[in-house]
Design a protein. Sequence first.
Lengths: 251, 327, 299
Amino acid sequence: MPTPPEAPYFAARQLQKHFGGIAAVDDFSAELGRGEIVGLIGPNGSGKTTTINLVAGAFRPDTGTIMLDGRNLVGQPAYAFARGGIGRTFQVPRLFRRMTVLENLMVPALTNTRTSRRQAEARAREILAFVRFEHLADAYARTLSGGQQKLLELGRSLMLRPSLLLLDEPFAGVHPRLLEQIVEHIRTLSAQGYTIVLVDHNLDAVRSVVRRTLVMARGRKIADGPSEEVLQDPAVIQAYTGTRKAIEGRA
Amino acid sequence: MGSIKGTHVLQGLLLLLALAAPVVIGPYWTHVGALAWYYALLASSWALLAGYAGQFSFAHVAFAALGGYGSALLTLRLDLPLALSVPLTIIIAMVLGALMGALVLRLSGPYLALFTLAIAEIFRLMLVAEEDITRGSLGLEVPHLFSGNSDAPYYYLGLGLVVLGLLAMNGLLMTRIGFFLRAIREDEHAAQASGVNTTLHKIIVFVATSAIASVAGIYYAHFVGILSPNMVIIPEMGLVIAMAVIGGIESLPGAVVGAVVIYAASEMLRDYGEWRFVLLGLALILVQRFAQNGLFPFIERILDRKPAAASASAKVVRPEGEYANPS
Amino acid sequence: MTYFLLLTTNGLVIGLIYALMAAGLTLVFSVLKVVNFGHGSLYMLGGYASYYAISLIGVPPILGIVIAMVALFIFGVAFERLVLQPMYTDKVERKDEYAIIVTFGLTILITNLALVVFGPFSKSPPSFLQGTLIAGPLILPYDRLIASIVAIVILAGLAWFLARTSLGQALDAVSQSRESAAVIGINPKRMYTIAFGLGSALAGGAGALIAPIFALSPDMGELPGVQAFIIIVLGGMGSVGGSIIGGILLGIVQGLGVGYLPDPNRALAYTQAFGALLLIVVLLVRPTGLFGRAHLRLD
């Protein structure tokens, strides 16, 4: 079973990101302690994925800092974020479709020039075991089902032993049986001490894994605290107005 | 990966055929063959650039012209010996290739194609305009590499360059760099999120393929003996693209075969005039439409047919040999 | 002063025709997200379609323009259905590449087919109207005057169509987001077909307009094709208004350049290179073009 490193302290401060006049992320700040797992929720268009992209280094914030274990990551190229301890999954899985499952996993490991192919493969097989994909090692990634692709991406995000794991909608579009498995994996990772930010619309699934929830609406953070309190917060309910059902959990 | 596969046997056979050919086919076709190697070098290196690294560059023939004109002008105007002008030209091409790679970093797809097309056009127009240096459309005469009337030495030199080029490119692909290139081609964002320095790798590919293109141009210049800006016209780039796409855009040997077959066919069908290019355009569309990875990998797959891997969830898992193994 | 006026007006005429062609190209890009690398050959086909309509069927030259546009619309629809449609399914893996390659193949196919069928020698269709307009310092052959007027009319018609008709707005919707358009009941695939047909028709119309001015030849689409790419990048990929402004600007600048640069050989080459240089600079600085917009807009 893979073991995480000493998960460092994380802080995003006053992140701003405008796209052509629209503030996709407006003055977002949050702090996570080592090993914390938090949910990040909000209605469509609230800026959750943009925030994830900022923290992962895919976009550069207009202003603001991103501190991971005392280092400000802003300004570095995206790949440096990954090598610097950020692991992430994408809303729609971005796999190397015509490479095998094993090769998909090996890519991150090989970016460290001091890692040999054998070591990379060994680590990949560790992760394969964790997501229970040993039998799929030589399958091409594009032959996997949607849920399997999500799992593979989760596995890939773990390869470099991330200090911070960003999961963007890991439950979306996954059928119930596989969803259980993903929830279980995330619980395991959290128990092992990984620091995790979990973004999803499936509030039941999110609530079953996290104690603390952040809520975004229209680019701003409108709530941050224990999940039960946050979900009763009038501001949060108002943000979800018209979709009250969502607060009470999906059927 | 170490076993001898059907495709290796096929390539070996083709190589033997190529080695023996001049003896059988006569001087005219040896000349054609020697020219085909020029295109083979361009098509295979372009396949690496566009097929493997996903950089759809329209400036490839411009680098060939850079090689040809560079070596020619350094030899003619600065009186440098070939032993000096050739490496110098290649280095210049590599530097400019790196520059190109850096410039196109933020571009993709059609933007990258348009950008590189514009660069190629500017280069061509400069060659036309600066008549004093390049003799423009009148043509620049270049000293031949080998004396004598036979094209056989050129043929074998060309073949040697193609083989060396393939070995070098395969060597690159076998390394970690090649692995990351595949990942970048599949999904650049995912590659970055996985820690791959996509910038560096794209530049590496540009440097490598520009070098090979310039070598092709140098070969062409000192073989044919005359250079003109028509080397860089868009239809020439189109020909290289067609060769790579039809032969196999992700298969380096496929691109070589594509180049040879198409060039030889265009010679054989010379009597039919422009119909051969009508055919080429049609072939290009049809191959893209029905066999997007080219014909050579299609043939390779038939030779390499493996039994489907047994697995617990056989319904979901169907390993397919879509990705052509470099060699 | 008259030399300058002459160059400018001629540049304006050419610019309007380029704008027409570029508008077609940008329309296709904004709706299908495809740069049609065969656009120049469609322009050439339009010229020949008009020529043969006039010489074989005997229609008056002005009608030749209409016939060219209709013919090219049909051709565009056919090409889109046969060759581009598979792109929208999962069968095609690298869509950008596919589009570039097949549209390039189109150019190779059409240009060489034209060479074989029409012959390499240039043909001159009859003028729209013989004679030259002389108004004060302005000297303009009627052909060019009519070509500009027709180009303006077509462009205005296009603008009205895109802004005011439901079909035009449907095209705009798809160019912004095919998913959202589908949600409100627009069939994206039908829009792709229509957009490609329209874009081809615009190119064909441009070719028919320029035919009496510059004569026809199978390779006449090469340079204008490159100009069209430059214009849509300058004007903003997807902005019809930008194409119009970009086209006019480029036409005028090129007209002046050829007229004023001393060395004729250099003048021609560098005037053309100037456009390409503009494209490079714009792409480096603002990859979405000067009036950059990812979707279709009039201004």
